[in-house]
Write a protein that binds this ligand. Structure first.
Ligand SMILES: Cc1cc2nc3c(=O)[nH]c(=O)nc-3n(C[C@H](O)[C@H](O)[C@H](O)COP(=O)(O)OP(=O)(O)OC[C@H]3O[C@@H](n4cnc5c(N)ncnc54)[C@H](O)[C@@H]3O)c2cc1C
Length: 501
């Protein structure tokens, strides 16, 4: 009997890999908080797929490549797109109920920068909740799957440049060690590095930095997508407000009530996500910014935007009669642990799927609704690879030079200034957020100092988590400094895009 396959993370990528791998062997899922605490649960709009004759892989690949500012990996995009139908069939097989029309056909939404309607959704704008409902039910009833909640990965252990085990905190106190030769990292994104984010508290990017410390290569950390409109109320989560509201006629205004976006771009409120985010960011330096949806009227708000209306009301904002305080937010990390087309990292035995992976499909910016698709298709690839690699070591891992750059544990830097979680997140927002430049990034690096390192047994889980976030923040800042150009989501005011020169 093979030992259980260890999967860390219980979002779409972790659960789907577990369900597929569970057909062959026992699987142990570890997850940081509760089973459903994930970005997947929060996802709204839907999942992209080449579903019917009116669409084609070629068109989807071209849209994805263009959105990524030409930096995407065409082979990876093609692999994702050609498997999109199989991924949807698999999700449906697991019980996901996508929205259909009266004839029983799936409804396909047209989203920004897609040339065809190709986004399947569920419960209107509650796609993630439906995916998690179905996948958690499937995983919980699977005879081969065991799930441990409140289990936070603390270290990936290695021996001879290959995975040899893991250590994790259980219930924020005990440190438990398990031996294993292979594992799947599906720990999701890193929005919590910034003080404004759409991501839940579990999205700290820890898995990515732990993989790096174990010797895996990372890539594209400078590419972080910011979403222009999320609720901005003190001490409240930054609930995401769909861009479709502006499409329907809502207007962004400053504290004087002025609709200011035309001062930044002739397209005004309908300018691209990046332009709107930067304009709001600049205007927020002068005062609060609002999304005014009052002109849409009660009926439109109630029928087209029930989720947003309801959520805002819960936080005390009546959107039919008052403007919504907003901020841009850190939303999606395009970079992460570098993997091949089968989710293999450069560290032998470490597979990565979902937002924690840098598969190459997003390039410098993500096309809307491609992340759930990436998570599903790469979960399928990882499950296949794990089954195959047992029989033959992949060539990638025969090349010893790849893993010889093993990172030693960073040394404690006595002069590294102490930084609270909120100070750290504010500094990341100010200097490595929507608008970056050399001066600010260097200031940030000075503030962060060399990453202090205290092993998990010497500190609480919360302290250890902050240490990991700080280390990842430093790597992100170094990547942003190294890319002396503006590309996709990465905007350098000292290297503005060519059209602004
Ligand atoms: C508000 C919002 C709306 C979105 N809407 C869409 C959309 O409409 N379409 C789309 O395609 N994408 C959307 N996205 C992005 C998409 O949801 C994510 O990219 C995707 O769900 C990531 O899946 P994942 O399985 O990789 O990670 P997640 O779903 O985030 O799961 C990560 C898991 O890892 C666990 N974890 C983290 N660290 C550790 C640790 N140290 N130890 C143990 N466990 C750990 C977490 O608790 C969680 O269970 C949205 C994201 C947000 C935040």
């Amino acid at each position: 009997m093979r030992p259980p396959l260890i999967i860390v993370g219980s979002g779409l990528a972790g659960l789907l890999t577990a369900i597929l791998a569970g057909a062959e062997r026992p699987v142990l899922i570890l997850t940081k908080k509760g089973l459903k605490d994930s970005n997947t649960e929060q996802s709204q709009g839907g999942i992209a797929a080449v579903w019917n004759q009116q669409d084609s892989t070629q068109a989807h690949v071209s849209d994805t490549f263009k959105a990524g500012a030409g930096l995407g990996d065409k082979q990876a995009i093609e692999a994702m797109s050609t498997q999109s139908k199989e991924a949807i069939d698999l999700l449906v097989h697991c019980g996901v109920q996508f929205d259909r029309n009266e004839q029983g056909e799936y409804l396909l939404a047209l989203e920004g920068a897609h040339s065809r309607p190709r986004v399947l959704h569920a419960g209107g704008d509650a796609t993630g909740t439906e995916i998690m409902r179905a996948l958690t039910r499937e995983a919980l009833s699977h005879p081969n799957i065991t799930i441990i909640e409140q289990a936070s990965l603390a270290e990936i252990l290695t021996h001879k440049q290959a995975v040899s085990g893991i250590r994790y905190y259980h219930n924020e106190s005990d440190l438990i060690e398990i031996e294993c030769e292979e594992m799947v990292l599906a720990t999701g994104g890193a929005g919590q590095l910034f003080c404004y984010t759409s991501n839940p508290p579990t999205a700290t990017g820890e898995g990515i930095v732990l993989a790096y410390r174990a010797g895996a290569q990372l890539s594209d950390l400078e590419f972080f997508q910011f979403h222009p409109t999320a609720l901005n109320l003190k001490e409240m989560p930054n609930f995401l407000i769909t861009e479709a509201m502006r499409g329907a006629g809502a207007t962004i205004r400053n504290s004087q009530g002025k609709a200011f976006l035309k001062d930044y771009d002739p397209r005004g409120d309908l300018a691209s996500r990046d332009v709107v985010s930067r304009a709001i960011f600049a205007e927020m330096k002068k005062g609060p910014v609002f999304l005014d949806a009052t002109s849409l009227g009660h009926l439109v708000l109630k029928t087209r935007f029930p989720n947003v209306s309801h959520a805002c009301l819960n936080y005390g904002v009546r959107i039919e009669s008052e403007p919504i305080p907003i901020t841009p937010v850190a939303h999606y990390l395009m970079g992460g642990v570098k993997v091949d087309l089968f989710g293999r990292s450069t560290l032998k035995g470490l597979y990565v799927a979902g937002e924690a992976a840098r598969t190459g499909v997003h390039g410098a910016n993500r096309l809307a609704s491609n992340s759930l698709l990436e998570g599903a298709t790469f979960a399928m690839q990882v499950a296949k690879a794990i089954s195959q690699d047992l029989r033959q070591i992949p060539t990638l891992w025969q090349d010893q030079s790849l893993t010889q750059n093993k990172q030693t544990r960073p040394q404690t830097e006595p002069n590294a200034p102490p930084l609270s979680r909120s100070e750290f997140r504010q500094a990341m927002w100010d200097y490595a957020g929507i608008i970056r430049n050399e001066k600010g990034l260097k200031q940030l690096l000075n503030l962060l100092g060399a990453p202090p390192f205290h092993p998990p047994e010497q500190q609480t889980q919360a302290e250890y988590e902050l240490q990991n976030m700080r280390h990842l923040g430093r790597l992100l800042a170094l990547s942003a400094l190294a890319r002396a150009e503006s590309k996709g989501s990465h905007y350098r005011s000292d290297y503005p895009p060519l059209e602004e020169n």
